[in-house]
Design a protein around this ligand. Structure first.
Ligand SMILES: *Cc1c(COP(=O)(O)O)cnc(C)c1O
Length: 382
């Protein structure tokens, strides 16, 4: 019926993740301003900045008031170091010996929680002619990485402090349930951590004790200590999975595509693999050139809305690797080339990563991390 169209808004790509670096900067400024007792803000930019692009987001976070950057992997620290010569970097995760060498070569701080690993850090530091900075990790209840026994934690701290060839820099833990409103276990972990952390900070005045993720930072100032490690909130995503705006966070990412074609359907016609949707009555179907190969998960088949023409339009049919079909209804107005927003705002309507996550029974973190490398990241600054 209509001619295929090109993006009316001049978009170059079939799909793009548009990241507002101004929003990241403002989110960091807001978090940093509300920290208790001058605590430092460490922006967590692992997993390519939760899908937003690590280096660009790291720069924006530093401009907003973050003074540290954290990642999970040595390769991520190396990527940051190649662009950010002076930034303080912390690798949170487990490291193979080869990864440890890379982390030390790019002058990142590393986490330690086993005596044998501390010895390896010392040896590799000597071999590389550096005194590695270490953060002793105490597992106060996450049940993942870290030393569980407080006596062993104490022993590690004292061993690192006594060793000439490493620098004891931090003592830290991680919360399992800070994002659950009213969680008692969160309080239990905090109460376990703080007394020993305080005592060790008295003995080692330069020790940086840190525990809070975004959720803890937002709900409990007593968890701020010397530094907070905020990830999801930096990107304007709600750690509680509800509404970032209600927490005065600005979502930084929009996932956009466009209507590449519009076609009239008669009642009974189907769209997509497996014919999982059939038009109950005559309608018009729009085709967006974005699919699960871009990170629009197949679980959203017949189970999501997209904003087109300033209105919500339901996804109809099965999401393919490269295409999504939406029901535009019979009313005219949407022509090929119309902008489509899968995450973000248009015409007063908004679809958050939280909404997409809820449809998929997952969390907003996984939604933005899942936007694939095929989707170019474009940067704006508002
Ligand atoms: C990812 C991560 C964070 C950041 O968590 P958010 O919930 O995104 O703020 C903090 N600390 C550790 C150890 C992490 O792995």
């Amino acid at each position: 019926m209509s001619e295929p169209g090109w993006p009316a808004d001049g978009a170059v790509h079939r799909a793009a993740a548009v990241v507002d670096l101004g929003a990241i900067e403002r989110n960091c400024a807001r978090l940093a301003a509300e920290l208790e007792g001058g605590a430092a803000l460490c922006a967590v930019v692992k997993a390519d900045g939760y899908g937003h692009g690590a280096v660009r987001c790291a720069r924006a976070a530093l401009a907003g008031g973050a003074s540290w950057l954290a990642v999970a992997a040595a390769s991520e620290a190396a990527e940051l170091r190649s662009e950010l010569a002076a930034a303080r970097l912390l690798v949170l995760g487990a490291l193979t010996p080869a990864e440890l060498d890379l982390a030390l070569e790019v002058d990142a701080d590393v986490a330690v929680w086993r005596r044998g690993f501390l010895e390896l850090v010392r040896a590799r530091g000597r071999a590389l002619g550096r005194a590695p900075r270490v953060h002793v990790k105490w597992d106060t209840g996450m049940g993942r990485l870290g030393e569980r026994d407080p006596h062993a934690v104490l022993g590690l701290v004292e061993a690192a402090a006594a060793a000439e060839d490493v620098e004891l820099t931090g003592l830290w833990t991680h919360f399992a349930t800070a994002d659950e409103p009213g969680s008692e276990f969160f309080v239990t972990q905090l109460e376990r951590f703080v007394p020993l952390a305080d005592a060790l900070r008295s003995a080692h005045p330069d020790l940086i004790v840190h525990a809070a993720n975004s959720a803890a930072t937002l709900v409990k100032s007593a968890s701020h200590l010397d530094m907070v490690r905020c990830g999801v909130a930096v990107y304007g995503l709600d750690p509680f999975g509800v509404d970032p705006l209600a927490r005065r966070l600005e979502p930084a990412l929009e996932l956009r595509s466009y209507v590449a074609d519009v076609k009239a359907f008669e009642a009974g016609w189907s769209a997509g693999y497996g014919r999982t949707w059939r038009a109950p009555e005559p309608t018009r179907v729009g085709v967006l050139p974005i699919g699960y190969g871009d990170g629009v998960r197949r679980g959203l088949s017949n189970n999501a809305d997209v904003l087109v023409g300033g209105r919500r339009r339901p996804v109809v049919g099965t999401i393919s690797m490269d295409n999504v079909t939406i029901d535009l209804g019979v009313a005219p107005g949407v022509e090929p080339g119309a902008a489509a927003v899968l995450i973000g705002s248009q015409g007063g309507e908004r679809i958050g990563a939280e909404e997409v996550a809820e449809r998929l029974a997952t969390i907003n973190y996984e939604v933005t991390c899942g936007i694939s490398p095929r989707v170019p990241r474009e940067y704006v600054r508002t």
